[in-house]
Write a protein that binds this ligand. Structure first.
Ligand SMILES: NC(=O)c1ccc[n+]([C@@H]2O[C@H](COP(=O)([O-])OP(=O)(O)OC[C@H]3O[C@@H](n4cnc5c(N)ncnc54)[C@H](OP(=O)(O)O)[C@@H]3O)[C@@H](O)[C@H]2O)c1
Length: 253
C-alpha cells in the first residue's frame, strides 16, 4: 500500500497504517468514523452486497477499523443482508488490541427500530461479547425482552425511532467512545443529518457498476447545508484509493 497524501508519498506498513487510522488521542466525547467502499461511479453495492466492490487492500482497512474501535456500529439492513455475526477473535486483532489497551474484541451495536432480529440469529446468539441493540420505545416489548433474554444489551434510545445522538451517548456511557460505523446507507444518511459523523473512510474501487445501485448515504432528511470535509489521507493499492475525510469543524465543541 502506498501513501499519496499527505506527502511525502511512500510505502506504508502495518505500523504506519495503524498511526494513520488512529482515533484522536485522549477522547472524552464519542467519535464516529464511517467506513464504506464505493465503485468509481458511486455504487455502494453489486448484486445487493458490498463484497463485489472490495479487494484485499479494502479488507485490510476495514479490519483495521474494527481493530482500533471500541464498538462497531451497523444498521439492521446491513447486518441482515451482509450476514453479521459477532466480531471474530484473530491473533492479530487480539494482540493489536491488547497493545492498544482495547478489549479483546469490540461488540457490535446494531440500530433497529423494529428489533427485527431473531434471538437465535448469529448476531445475537453467536458472539464473544454481547451485541448492543439500539432500539426505541416503539419496538414491540416482547421482542426487546426476547433479545435481552438471549444475551443482548438492549438500549431504548428514543420513542418512535432511534434517536442516534442518544444512542451514541448510550455507547459513550459504556465507555465506547471510538465508534466504527460500517453502514449502511440509510444509517449513514441519518448520521449525517444528525451531525454525528467525524470521519469518512472511503475506498473507491476501480469499477464502473452502472444501474441503480444505492449511494453510500441516502434518506429523506437532509442536513441544513452540505457538511464540509477536510482531506486527511489518501492511500492507493490494487487500483483502489483509500481516502480519509474528516469533518472540518466539530459542531459538538
Ligand atoms: N459499500 C459498502 O461499504 C456498504 C456498507 C454497508 C452496507 N452496504 C450495503 O447497503 C445495503 C444496506 O443498507 P440500507 O441503507 O438498506 O440499510 P442500513 O442503513 O444498514 O439499515 C437500515 C435499517 O436500520 C435501522 N435504522 C437505521 N436508522 C434508524 C433509526 N434512526 N431509527 C431506527 N432504526 C434505524 C432500521 O432497521 P429496522 O428495519 O430493523 O427497524 C432500518 O431498516 C446492503 O445492500 C449492504 O450490502 C454497503
Amino acid at each position: 500500500m502506498r501513501r499519496l497524501f499527505p506527502e511525502p508519498a511512500g510505502d506504508v506498513d502495518d505500523a504506519e497504517l495503524e498511526l494513520i487510522y488512529a482515533y484522536p488521542a485522549d477522547l472524552s466525547d464519542p467519535w464516529v468514523q464511517v467506513n464504506f467502499v464505493s465503485s468509481a461511479d458511486g455504487a455502494s453495492t453489486v448484486d445487493g452486497k458490498s463484497n463485489g466492490l472490495s479487494n484485499p487492500a479494502d479488507t485490510r482497512i476495514f479490519a483495521l477499523g474494527r481493530d482500533l474501535a471500541d464498538v462497531v456500529l451497523v444498521g439492521a439492513g446491513t447486518a441482515q443482508i451482509e450476514g453479521y455475526r459477532g466480531i471474530k477473535r484473530t491473533e492479530l486483532r487480539a494482540s493489536r488490541r491488547e497493545r492498544l489497551g482495547r478489549s479483546e474484541v469490540p461488540p457490535v451495536a446494531v440500530v433497529t427500530r423494529r428489533c427485527s432480529f431473531e434471538p437465535d440469529s448469529p448476531l445475537i446468539a453467536h458472539t464473544l461479547v454481547p451485541t448492543i441493540v439500539l432500539t426505541c420505545a416503539a419496538a414491540p416489548e416482547e421482542r426487546r425482552a426476547a433479545l435481552s433474554e438471549a444475551g443482548a444489551d438492549v438500549v431504548v434510545a428514543g420513542e418512535t425511532t432511534v434517536d442516534l445522538a442518544k444512542a451514541i451517548r448510550a455507547l459513550a456511557d459504556r465507555g465506547l467512545l471510538r465508534i466504527d460505523c460500517e453502514g449502511g446507507g440509510q444509517l449513514f444518511g441519518e448520521l449525517i443529518t444528525a451531525g454525528l459523523v467525524d470521519q469518512l473512510c472511503l475506498t473507491v474501487a476501480p469499477l464502473l457498476v452502472g444501474g441503480d445501485a444505492p449511494r453510500i448515504a441516502h434518506g429523506d432528511l437532509l442536513p441544513p447545508a452540505p457538511l464540509p470535509l477536510e482531506l486527511a489521507s489518501i492511500l492507493s493499492a490494487e487500483g483502489s484509493l483509500m481516502i480519509r475525510y474528516r469533518r472540518s469543524t466539530h459542531p459538538r465543541d
